[in-house]
Design a binder for this molecule. Structure first.
Ligand code: 9MR
Ligand code: ZN
Length: 604
C-alpha cells in the first residue's frame, strides 16, 4: 500500500465544494509554507483531471533507474486500494532537461475520487508515487475561483482583504494620488486615475498589459459565460446592481470592471483621446513595501498608438459584454472606444511610441515598458469595434489588416492579433455574413493549423506543454502565461472544428502548470501541490504572512537565466528575488482563468 504524504492537505485546500455555485474554499488547514513537500517521481496535475478528458502522468525516475518501459503504474484510491493499472510508455529522453521520462496514460480510468499514481517498480517510498489529485466533473472550479480572487488581490486604490483557511491577507487603500501629468503637459497637476490592478509584483499600472489581460478575460466571458456567471467571489460588490442594471451583476464582471473603470480614467481627452503607456512611479517600489505604504509620486507616461488601440479593443468589447448588466458603464465604454478610434485615425501614420523618457524632461522612468509596434493592436481594435457596432469602416479596416498579421501559434502582449481573429471568427452579429468569406475560411484554417501544432507538441512533450519554441525559445519571460494562453487557440479551434483532442490539450496545459512538470510543483500560489511560497510579489513578501497571496501564476522558466549547464526549462526557482522566473503578472493569471473556465462546466 502506498504511503500517502502530507501533500494531501494541499489538495484539500484547492478543492472547491460542489454545489450550485462555486464557493470560496475555506478549509482550515496548516499554512502551506510550513508543510514538507517531498518530490515525487510521478508527476501529475496535482489539482486533478476532468472526467472524460486525457489523464496523463509523467514518470521521472531517479537517475540510474533501470529502463521502466512497459512496466506497471497503478492508481490507488484515498484509502490505498488499487483501482486501475496501466503500462508505462517506452522510455523517452526529455530534450528540455535530458532526463529519462515515461508517460503513464490512465485516460481510461474515469471514476470520480481522489487518487495517487504509483510505480511499484520504483519501490514503496512516498516519492515513488504521485501527489494526490482528484478526478471529477468540476475539478478546476476551485482553481478558477482562487485565480479570480488573485486578481481581486491585485486591486489598487482600495483596501483589500482576502481570507482563505487560516490566512488573511490585506492591505489598506493605496495609491490614492494617482497620477501626475508631468510627462503629458509638463505641469505638476493631478488627473485622478485611482483603481485598476497592480500589474504584477510591482505596483505599476500599464494600459497595454491591463487591456491585454482584460481582453483575455472578456473573451473568457464570451466563450464560457454560463460557467463564469456562476462564480461567487469574495469581493465587496457581490450581489450589487450596477447603475441602470436590472439585477445583480455576476461577480466575474464586477472584478473585470475594476480594471476597466481604471482604464477609462487613463484616457486623455486632452491628448486627442489617446491612452498613455502606463502609470508608475519613476522607480520600482522598494521590494516588500506594502501598497498602502508606497508614497512615491506616480506619473502617466506618454501617449501612444499601440496602447490606445488595445484600449479601444477592450472598451468596445466591454460595451457589448456589459450592455445588459451595466448599461451606464456600457455607454461610457463605447464612448471611450469611439474617442480612442478618433485618436487612432488622427495618428494613422507610423506607430506613435509612448515616450517614456522625453529628452526635455528631467524625469526618466526606470519601471517596465511594454514596448510595442501597433499593427496587431489596431487589427484587434477594428475587430472589436466591428463586433460591437457593425460599423462597415471597422470591418474594412480589420479585413485590410488581416493578411499582413499572421495568426500566432504562441502569443503574448506584444502580438495581440489572435484576440481580434477570435472575435471575428466567432462573431455573433446577425449580419456576420458581411464578412469576407475567403478571409473567414483562411483565418479559420490558420487557427485550426495553429491548434493542431500546439496539440501535437503537447501530446509529444514529456510534460505536455504546448509551446512551439523548442527546448530553449519556448521558455521566454512569462512562459507559464504562454502555456495557459495556448488554451485560447485550442478552444477556438474546437469551436471551428470540434475535436476532443483540443480539449485534452487544454487539460495538458493545466497539468503542466499544476504539477506535471520538472519540479513536481504547482505554479499557482495556494493552489495544488507545493505551490510557489516566495513569489516576486511585493505584498506577499511585505505583509509578514508566511503564505503568499493566493491565485497568482508565476512566470516560470526563462531562457534569460539559462547557462551552458542550466537548460532553460530548469531555470525556475521559488525565490522572491528572482523576478525573471518567479514574479506574478495579470497577463499570466488571466489566461490561467481562461483555461480553467474552459474546462469547468456551468453548474446545473
Ligand atoms: O512580461 C514582460 C516580459 O515580456 C518582458 O520581457 C519583461 C522585461 O521587459 O517585462 C515583463 O513585464 C514586466 C513589466 O515590465 C513590469 N511589471 C512586471 C512585469 C512582469 O515581469
Ligand atoms: Zn495601489
Amino acid at each position: 500500500m502506498p504511503f500517502r504524504s502530507t501533500s494531501f492537505f494541499s489538495f484539500v485546500f484547492a478543492f472547491a465544494p460542489a454545489g450550485c455555485s462555486f464557493l470560496f474554499p475555506s478549509n482550515d488547514i496548516p499554512p502551506a509554507s510550513t508543510m514538507e513537500w517531498p518530490v515525487h517521481a510521478v508527476r501529475v496535475d496535482t489539482v486533478g483531471y476532468l472526467r472524460a478528458r486525457a489523464k496523463v502522468a509523467t514518470v521521472v525516475p531517479p537517475p540510474g533507474t533501470p529502463d521502466l518501459s512497459g512496466s506497471i503504474a497503478q492508481i490507488f484510491d484515498i484509502s490505498g486500494v488499487p483501482e486501475w493499472s496501466c503500462q508505462l510508455s517506452a522510455r523517452m529522453t526529455d530534450p528540455d532537461s535530458g532526463l529519462d521520462t515515461y508517460f503513464a496514460d490512465f485516460t481510461g480510468f474515469d471514476t470520480p475520487g481522489i487518487y495517487t499514481v504509483a510505480v511499484p517498480g520504483l519501490g514503496t517510498d512516498s516519492t515513488a508515487q504521485s501527489a494526490p489529485f482528484e478526478i471529477s466533473e468540476t475539478v478546476f472550479a476551485g482553481a478558477l475561483t482562487t485565480a479570480m480572487t488573485g486578481l481581486y488581490g491585485q486591486r489598487c486604490g482600495t483596501a483589500v482583504t482576502i481570507t482563505m483557511g487560516s490566512d488573511t491577507w490585506q492591505h489598506g487603500a493605496c495609491h490614492k494620488n494617482d497620477a501626475y501629468l508631468d510627462y503629458l503637459t509638463g505641469a505638476d497637476t493631478n488627473s485622478a486615475s485611482v483603481g485598476g490592478w497592480h500589474d504584477a509584483g510591482d505596483y505599476g499600472k500599464y494600459v497595454g498589459n491591463g487591456a491585454f489581460s482584460v481582453g483575455m478575460l472578456l473573451a473568457a466571458w464570451e466563450h464560457f459565460q454560463p460557467t463564469l456567471a456562476a462564480l461567487a467571489l469574495p469581493i465587496p460588490e457581490h450581489g450589487q446592481i450596477p447603475e441602470g442594471g436590472a439585477g445583480p451583476m455576476p461577480d466575474f464582471l464586477w472584478e473585470v470592471k475594476w480594471e476597466l473603470d481604471w482604464l477609462l480614467t487613463a484616457q486623455k481627452a486632452s491628448g486627442g483621446g489617446g491612452a498613455p503607456d502606463k502609470l508608475t512611479a519613476i522607480d520600482f517600489e522598494a521590494f516588500g513595501t506594502m501598497p498602502d505604504h508606497d508614497n512615491q509620486k506616480r506619473y502617466f507616461a506618454g501617449i501612444g498608438t499601440a496602447m490606445t488601440a488595445d484600449f479601444v479593443a477592450v472598451m468596445a468589447a466591454a460595451a457589448r459584454v456589459y450592455g445588459s448588466f451595466a448599461p451606464a458603464s456600457s455607454a461610457a465604454y463605447l464612448a471611450a472606444a469611439r474617442l480612442g478610434t478618433a485618436y487612432l485615425a488622427a495618428n494613422a501614420g507610423p506607430a506613435v511610441p509612448a515616450n517614456d523618457s522625453p529628452n526635455d524632461s528631467a524625469l526618466v522612468f526606470n519601471t517596465g515598458h511594454y514596448v510595442e509596434t501597433d499593427a496587431d493592436n489596431r487589427l484587434w481594435a477594428a475587430a472589436e469595434m466591428w463586433e460591437t457596432t457593425g460599423d462597415a469602416a471597422a470591418l474594412t479596416d480589420f479585413e485590410t489588416r488581416a493578411p499582413s498579421n499572421p495568426v500566432e501559434v504562441d502569443f503574448d502582449w506584444a502580438n495581440v492579433q489572435n484576440l481580434g481573429f477570435y472575435t471575428y471568427l466567432l462573431s455573433r452579429r446577425p449580419d456576420r455574413d458581411a464578412r469576407d468569406a475567403n478571409l473567414v475560411s483562411t483565418l479559420s484554417a490558420a487557427i485550426v493549423a495553429a491548434a493542431d501544432q500546439l496539440q501535437g507538441i503537447a501530446a509529444a512533450h514529456a510534460f505536455g506543454r504546448a509551446l512551439p519554441g523548442g527546448r530553449t525559445n519556448s521558455y521566454y519571460w512569462g512562459s507559464n502565461g504562454s502555456v495557459a494562453r495556448a488554451a485560447m487557440n485550442l478552444w477556438v479551434a474546437n469551436v471551428l472544428q470540434p475535436s476532443p483532442k483540443y480539449l485534452d490539450a487544454i487539460q495538458m496545459q493545466l497539468d503542466f502548470l499544476l504539477g506535471r512538470n520538472l519540479y513536481d510543483r504547482s505554479q499557482v500560489t495556494m493552489v495544488g501541490y507545493h505551490p510557489p511560497a516566495n513569489p516576486h510579489h511585493g505584498p506577499s513578501y511585505g505583509d509578514g504572512i508566511a503564505d503568499p497571496w493566493p491565485g497568482l501564476l508565476v512566470g516560470g522558466a526563462n531562457h534569460d537565466e539559462a547557462t551552458v549547464n542550466l537548460p532553460a526549462a530548469l531555470t525556475w526557482r521559488d525565490s522572491k528575488d528572482d523576478y525573471q522566473v518567479n514574479e506574478i503578472a495579470i497577463n499570466w493569471v488571466a489566461p490561467f482563468i481562461y483555461a480553467t473556465a474552459a474546462l469547468t462546466p456551468a453548474p446545473m
